[in-house]
Every structure is written in structure tokens, then in C-alpha cells.
Design a binder for this molecule. Structure first.
Ligand SMILES: *[C@@H]1O[C@H](CO)[C@@H](O)[C@H](O)[C@H]1NC(C)=O
Ligand SMILES: *[C@@H]1O[C@H](CO)[C@@H](O)[C@H](O)[C@H]1NC(C)=O
Ligand SMILES: *[C@@H]1O[C@H](CO)[C@@H](O)[C@H](O)[C@H]1NC(C)=O
Ligand SMILES: *[C@@H]1O[C@H](CO)[C@@H](O)[C@H](O)[C@H]1NC(C)=O
Ligand SMILES: *[C@@H]1O[C@H](CO)[C@@H](O)[C@H](O)[C@H]1NC(C)=O
Length: 357
């Protein structure tokens, strides 16, 4: 037998340790575990898993989704990838560009037929007086309409208020991503010196005074004026596979059973550099028709922007929080409230003012 040279022994020991450590690390790395389990998720029989299995899986997913941004882009796999040519969008109606450096540009996705909702927004939380007070500017983003009558009334409204843009796509819910890209393009072209941009919908009431205070006291101090995306985060929203649902998404359009972390489209805040990055990326990130996922999920991921949660500031359904707000509970923290109709919008705004003053 050959005498064992101490050096060979040492090398063997080191090699074995490295291999063992590697195997251990591979198995302990939550990403590998989850990714291996994810492969089975679409066929997972929930009944065969205990509750704690599923809770653990959700926790692991949260851990991954809360981890620092990576540069990989998660894109749905389309049979045929299509792109929105944002540069080819034209504006049939245009609004006045920013004539100075505003603190906040507010752009509201609006259905052309929702003149009453726009009127309420202009007379409540985004009145000229309030816009002036906060150095803000308001625009409504719409698309092309079906009838000449509606076009005529939109033209009239636009001449009166100079706050409407109408991009040349048909305004349907399946085209909302066109609306989102039109808004991003308009913002980065016409208001490049704005500090922040708030995207919202015409059925949301915003406590603008508190939002501005929140931004100055919290967002600006904690995260600064760059690379900001903040809103109501859906950490792992299930893809709607209900064929009779308006928001049904087929496995061909989006194969995974749930979306990566993204923000509800109801209201989100961006810094202006983020708006510019999102618009630029929209030219090369394939089209997906769910606009809030497209912008705050896919474009954000392509830009390496991670959303910040403001979840406790939102009321998105008519629930106990809504009841508390409407019952004069001045301690409520909510600043973005979904409102089913304009009567409620007026009422919520009144409550916001009482709470404020
Ligand atoms: C934006 O800022 C640039 C550089 O400071 C300036 O040249 C330009 O006039 C500003 N534009 C507006 C609309 O304020
Ligand atoms: C908008 O108009 C431009 C210029 O005419 C055109 O190239 C583009 O295809 C139009 N977009 C849509 C969505 O119709
Ligand atoms: C918008 O929607 C209509 C009908 O839903 C569709 O025909 C059209 O291709 C979509 N895209 C644009 C840019 O208008
Ligand atoms: C599917 O959607 C339809 C229409 O929104 C609804 O009535 C039905 O309850 C849904 N089914 C399931 C299983 O959620
Ligand atoms: C709600 O609070 C405001 C201000 O604190 C007060 O003026 C108002 O009367 C209150 N309304 C009700 C219904 O309690």
C-alpha cells in the first residue's frame, strides 16, 4: 500500500468539504427549492397538500418577490409577440404641455364617455385651486370614440379645460395598454421637469393634500426623487382563468398561474426618470393587454425598478374601511379610495376635507 501523503489527504478533505457545502447550499437556497416546486404548481392538487405546505410556499414566494431587483425580465410567452409602436401614436386632441417645473403631474385614465367623473375630479380633489397650491398639473388620457356626437362633446370639453389628450387607438378595455403607453409618452415628452407623476383612474378619489404630504415627508425623505414606483402591491395575483370573466387571460397569452409582483392600476406614483425609462422600454417589451401588469410589472422589471408598498393607504372595495371613512373616523389613513359612482366620490372628498381641516 502506498503511504498517504499528508498533502493529498488535505486536498481530498478540502474537495469533499467544498462539494458537500455546495450540495447543502443548493438544497437550502430557497430559490432553487421554490423553482423546483413551481414547475409542479400548475398541476398541483391542493387537496394533497397540507395547509402548512401552501403557507410555506407562499412565504417562500414572498421572500423571492421581496428580494432586490434582478435584471431578468419576466415576459409572458406569446404565440406571436407584438409590440406597441409608441412613437407612431398621434394625439387627435392634445393638452397644454407643462409650462414650468411642476412638483406633480397627475394623469387619469378616463373613458371618453365619463364626462361626469371628470367634472367631479375637476371640482373636488384636482380643482385648479388645489393644483396651484401643490404645484400640480392634471390631464385625462382617452382614446378614439365610436360616434361623432361623443367626439364633439369631447372636443368641447377639451377646449374648455385644456386637460384632455386623445390618442389614436380605439378606447376599449383590451386596448388599455395603448392608453398607458400614450400617457407615459405624453408625460415624458411634455413634462420632463416634473418631480413626480401620479397615474390614477377616473373612479378613484385621491386625498391630494395627504398624498403630497406623504410624498414630501416620507417618499422624498426615505427614497429620494429617483427610481420611485409606489402603490398598492399585488404580490402574487392569480391569473384570471375564468373563461366567462371580462379579464380572462388564456394560458397561451400568459402561461404562468400567477403574476409577479406588480401595482394595482388604480393609483401609483412614479418619479419622472421612471416614466421615461418605462416609455423607452415599452418600445421593446412585448405587448400584454393587462395594462397595470404591463407597466408596473413587465416594464418595471425591465427597468430594474421595484415597487414600494403603500397598501395600507388604499380602499379598493366597499368594505369596513370604507364604512369607517364615511362614518367620520378621522383616524383613517386612506388616501386612495375607489368610488363606485360620482355621488360617493363627492361624499368621500367631503370626508377627506373634514379629516384634514
Ligand atoms: C426643463 O429644464 C430644462 C433644463 O433645466 C430647461 O432648459 C427647460 O426650459 C425646462 N422646461 C420646462 C418646461 O420647464
Ligand atoms: C396612429 O396614427 C399614426 C400616424 O398616422 C399611424 O402610423 C398609427 O398606426 C396609428 N395608430 C393606431 C393605433 O391606429
Ligand atoms: C383596439 O381594440 C380594437 C377592438 O377591440 C382592435 O381592433 C384594435 O386592433 C385594438 N388596437 C388599437 C391600437 O386600436
Ligand atoms: C366566472 O365569471 C363569471 C362572470 O364574471 C361569474 O359569474 C362566475 O361566478 C365566475 N366563476 C368562477 C368559478 O369564479
Ligand atoms: C365629522 O367631523 C367634522 C369635523 O370634525 C364635523 O364638523 C362633522 O359634524 C362630523 N360629522 C358627523 C356626522 O359626525
Amino acid at each position: 500500500m502506498l503511504p498517504r501523503h499528508p498533502l493529498i489527504l488535505k486536498i481530498t478533505t478540502i474537495c469533499t468539504t467544498v462539494v458537500l457545502a455546495g450540495v447543502l447550499f443548493y438544497n437550502r437556497n430557497p430559490n432553487t427549492v421554490v423553482h423546483r416546486r413551481l414547475m409542479y404548481l400548475p398541476t398541483m392538487q391542493v387537496g394533497r397538500y397540507s395547509f402548512s405546505d401552501i403557507t410555506a410556499l407562499v412565504q417562500e414566494l414572498n421572500a423571492i418577490q421581496n428580494s432586490p431587483p434582478t435584471t431578468t425580465t419576466e415576459e409572458p410567452i406569446h404565440a406571436i409577440e407584438t409590440y406597441v409602436d409608441g412613437e407612431a401614436i398621434t394625439f387627435d386632441i392634445d393638452a397644454e404641455p407643462c409650462l414650468k417645473s411642476h412638483y406633480l403631474l397627475i394623469y387619469v385614465h378616463s373613458d371618453p364617455g365619463n364626462a361626469e367623473r371628470r367634472r367631479v375630479i375637476r371640482t373636488t380633489w384636482a380643482s385648479n385651486e388645489i393644483l396651484k397650491l401643490h404645484g400640480a398639473k392634471l390631464i385625462f388620457v382617452t382614446g378614439q370614440v365610436e360616434t361623432l356626437d361623443m367626439q364633439a362633446s369631447l372636443d368641447f370639453e377639451s377646449q374648455l379645460h385644456k386637460d384632455i389628450i386623445q390618442a389614436n387607438f380605439t378606447d376599449t378595455y383590451r386596448n388599455l395598454t395603448y392608453k398607458a403607453i400614450s400617457g407615459l409618452r405624453w408625460a415624458q415628452e411634455n413634462c420632463p421637469n416634473t418631480t413626480y407623476v401620479l397615474k390614477t383612474d377616473d373612479d378613484i378619489v385621491v386625498d391630494i393634500h395627504r398624498v403630497v404630504r406623504l410624498m414630501k415627508a416620507y417618499i422624498e425623505n426615505k427614497w429620494g426623487k429617483k427610481n420611485i414606483l409606489a402603490g398598492y402591491i399585488w404580490p402574487h395575483m392569480n391569473v384570471d382563468r375564468n373563461k366567462s370573466s371580462k379579464w380572462y387571460v388564456s394560458p397561451e397569452e400568459f402561461p404562468k398561474p400567477f403574476y409577479l409582483k406588480y401595482c394595482s392600476g388604480s393609483s401609483y406614483l412614479m418619479s419622472t426618470d421612471v416614466v421615461a425609462k418605462f416609455y423607452t422600454n415599452s418600445l421593446t417589451v412585448p405587448f400584454f393587454w393587462i395594462d397595470d401588469y404591463y407597466v408596473t410589472g413587465m416594464l418595471a422589471s425591465a427597468a430594474g425598478v421595484t415597487p414600494t408598498s403603500l397598501n395600507d393607504r388604499y380602499i379598493l372595495e366597499n368594505n369596513a374601511d370604507m364604512a369607517a371613512l364615511l362614518q367620520n373616523d378621522s383616524k383613517t389613513r386612506f388616501v386612495f379610495v375607489h368610488s363606485p359612482d360620482t355621488i360617493t366620490s363627492n361624499f368621500v372628498w367631503k370626508k377627506f376635507l373634514e379629516r384634514w381641516g
